[in-house]
Design a protein around this ligand. Structure first.
Ligand SMILES: [Zn+2]
Ligand SMILES: [Zn+2]
Length: 458
């Protein structure tokens, strides 16, 4: 802790991405993960270089510490290779490969033509090419060229510099926000600070992704639209109208949000924003029960909910924040839904216990969306149990490229939550020098701090 850059330059380092650095070699400061677990170190290693003509090197202004970094930190990733941590970063373009410039073909993503050294950029937490079938469909997080920053395969952004493969489709140019979403004029974003913009890298698009998958699921849509699934699939013009008749009481959308860490907070804000929007299309009541075992996280969720003013959080419903042990939580949710269970669960933890809670509190014909990063532990229910409840599941990583434009809109609108640092209702807890990484990893792992960002130049 607290070692300055000068005393580290010239040390013999074991970081795999570089050979031991000599005094004369250009280095940069990074946070490195060491196996087997609970060991991150601040080290100076060789500067990243352009390795492919599609690459960019970004000078990082802020790098985020994220809940999914903890899976590797705890040694749950099945990884034994030392690497630079962090998959969330914002910065400026430092170097560009040869495939950038005005002479590039129009068919490629526009950044290959327009991106310039010095441009302010934010990166999606996974690389995507933007040019393959998988990317075209919108599943950018599963692009065959995809790589996760801060993994053994690609050094991350808790560093002064980071190499970005396929940067023309992986980066977003903040100099020209209208290229991301037409309504985002430079004027609209000029007052938004880097700490706030950094959450576009992962957690806000991920929270929004969970909210979209939850609310747009046909079984969930059935409730807020008042058109019963699966009959609604067919034209009901000549069907008996009483066959799928929902009354106002039935149009009660209930969602359990499991996990109120930074991603859970982003999911909560996104759910409220989308529900506010859906209320213009259909009349329904809603209730979100937000659960976490940690009191500090529950307090944050309550403060965020209180901060958002009506009607931005919908007119016809509320959020109830619940704690207690898992058994108590199950009982409370079941009691509160009259023994039916909730319409949907959004699980933002990435632990088998959270999934078990989700399974137990979701109604029959319910939908579970899991955006938590799950490990090697088997799913805690059987095929028979799933059959007997007619459950739907959505798992997996957020395609940031597909979600970012709408997430950006929410970021601009919700600067009351996302624009401040270190207040009761702010998502971001603190911005600290990179040297504090080992301490912050320890505290974050214990739930003693909220969302932490590293400034690698302090
Ligand atoms: Zn993240
Ligand atoms: Zn692709």
């Amino acid at each position: 802790m607290g070692m300055g850059m000068s005393c580290l330059v010239g040390m013999v380092l074991s970081h795999p991405s570089c050979t031991p650095t000599a005094m004369t070699q250009e280095t940069h400061r990074t946070v490195c993960w060491y196996p087997p677990s609970f060991d991150v170190r601040v080290e100076d290693v060789a500067m990243p270089r352009i390795e492919h003509p599609d690459d960019a090197v970004v000078k990082v202004t802020l790098g985020g510490l994220c809940g999914s970094d903890l899976h590797i930190y705890r040694g749950h990733g099945g990884i034994d290779k030392v690497h630079t941590c962090g998959h969330e970063f914002i910065g400026t373009v430092h170097k560009l490969g040869d495939n950038y410039g005005s002479n590039q073909a129009d068919i490629r993503p526009s950044l290959y033509k327009n991106l310039k050294v010095g441009d302010r950029v934010v990166a999606a937490f996974t690389v995507s090419c933007g040019e393959c079938h998988v990317c075209h469909v919108g599943y950018t997080c599963r692009c065959p060229h995809g790589l996760l920053f801060g993994s053994p395969f690609l050094n991350g952004g808790q560093a002064q510099y980071v190499r970005v493969p396929k940067a023309g489709a992986t980066l977003f140019n903040l100099e020209n926000p209208e290229s991301i979403l037409k309504s985002l004029t430079p004027d609209k974003i000029k007052h938004i600070n880097d700490a706030s913009l950094l959450i576009l890298s992962d957690i806000l698009p991920t929270g929004l992704f969970g909210a979209v998958q939850t609310l747009n699921h046909p079984k969930v849509k059935a409730i807020w639209e008042g058109k019963g699934w699966p009959g609604v699939f067919f034209s009901d013009a000549d069907a008996d109208p009483s066959a799928n008749a929902m009354n106002e009481e039935d149009k009660f959308l209930t969602i359990a949000l499991v996990g109120l860490g930074p991603v859970g907070i982003c999911a909560l804000v996104s759910l409220l924003d989308l529900i506010w929007n859906l209320e213009t299309r259909s009349k329904f009541r809603y209730r979100i029960v937000a659960v976490d075992l940690l009191e500090s996280r529950r307090n944050k969720a309550q403060a965020v909910y209180d901060r958002i003013q009506h009607p931005d959080k919908g007119k016809n419903g509320d959020v109830v924040v619940l704690g207690g042990d898992l058994g108590e939580l199950k009982e409370k949710v079941m009691e509160w839904t009259g023994g039916v269970g909730v319409t949907a669960v959004l699980e933002a933890v990435g632990h088998a216990d959270a999934l078990e809670l989700a399974f137990d509190v979701v109604r029959t014909f319910g939908a579970i969306t899991s955006i938590g990063v799950h490990g090697a532990v088997p799913i805690p229910f059987t095929g028979r149990q799933a059959y007997n409840k007619n459950i739907s599941f959505d798992f997996g990583r957020c395609p940031v490229r597909s979600m970012l434009p709408r997430a950006f809109e929410i970021l601009v609108k919700r600067q009351d939550v996302f624009g401040e640092i270190g207040t009761e209702s702010s998502l971001i807890d603190r911005v600290v020098p990179l040297n504090q990484a080992p301490e912050m990893y320890r505290k974050f792992e214990k739930g003693d701090v909220g969302k932490v960002l590293f400034d690698p130049w302090k």
